[in-house]
Design a protein around this ligand. Structure first.
Ligand SMILES: C[S@@+](CC[C@H](N)C(=O)[O-])C[C@H]1O[C@@H](n2cnc3c(N)ncnc32)[C@H](O)[C@@H]1O
Length: 247
């Protein structure tokens, strides 16, 4: 650990938020220990690295990672910009503890806040970047609208939102409904990505991000230049990179 590494976890939930439900990373809390393995084998790290490249974070800038989970996007930010001031926000304290242990092992400074996407832990106009990866589809409709408005409040003029999540048309939804023929473990493994794609695309939470859901959300909140800057046909579904600038 570097002598200056500073890792802290803050609980910024209001009393009313203490019993508020949320959708955890793997849909079930007890599956969290598998999350990092699952994302490693499924190539999610490349999505994080691309999001960080697109965000183009400058030295010393202030970044909040919304729905940070076990911290992987935050660590991608810190790998590219070790002096960025990064805060991860997530309602899941178990995930935040995992992120904190990883930060300590890596010797990087990271502030972790227990809270929800609709209240970004930052003063008005104080952030350079709001980033988020595979988290918005976990947030309900009201929470997503509130997230977009709060991002506008927390970013300085010229500050940027960079979101990577499932989105845009899901061309494989119908394909994923086609039956697969065959039996056995090898068959199941071969078709696992398609089965996961099918599950992902049919999840109500993901469905609300399809089409131009994230772009429309940001435009409505007051980010007129919100747009998809790139997309990837990931093996678990179509993933969109959306960016917007605070006017
Ligand atoms: C699939 S994980 C993504 C984690 C991480 N961003 C990554 O890319 O590996 C989704 C995360 O969203 C979090 N989440 C669920 N509801 C949320 C909310 N209302 N506000 C913020 N985060 C939320 C979950 O706890 C979970 O950690």
């Amino acid at each position: 650990m570097t002598p200056t590494a500073d890792v802290r976890i803050l609980d910024e939930r209001t009393p009313e938020e203490r019993d508020r439900p949320f959708l955890p990373a793997m849909a079930r809390s007890w599956l969290l220990p598998l999350y990092d393995i699952f994302t490693r084998v499924s190539g999610v790290g490349a999505l994080h690295e691309r999001a960080v490249e697109l965000a183009n974070i400058l030295p010393g800038q202030a970044v909040v990672d919304v729905g940070c989970g076990t911290g992987n996007l935050s660590f991608a930010v810190l790998a590219a910009r070790p002096d960025a001031r990064v805060t991860g926000l997530d309602p899941d304290m178990d995930a935040l503890h995992r992120a904190a242990r990883k930060a300590l092992r890596r010797g990087v400074s990271l502030t972790l806040v227990q809270g929800y996407a609709d209240r970004i832990p930052a003063e008005n106009a104080s952030l350079d970047h709001v980033v988020s990866s595979l988290a918005l589809h976990h947030v309900d409709d009201d929470g997503r609208v509130a997230f977009a408005h709060d991002a506008l409040r927390a970013l300085r003029p010229g500050g940027k939102v960079t979101v990577v999540d499932f989105g845009s048309p899901a061309p494989d939804v119908e394909d994923a409904h086609q039956p697969t023929h065959g039996h056995g473990a090898a068959h199941a493994l071969r078709h696992l990505p398609r089965l996961v794609r099918s599950r992902v695309a049919r999840t109500p939470a993901v469905a609300r991000s399809l089409g131009d859901g994230i772009v429309a959300l940001l435009v409505a909140a007051g980010f007129p230049d919100a747009r998809e800057v790139e997309h990837v046909d990931h093996r678990f579904g179509r993933v969109t990179f959306v960016q917007a600038t605070r006017p």
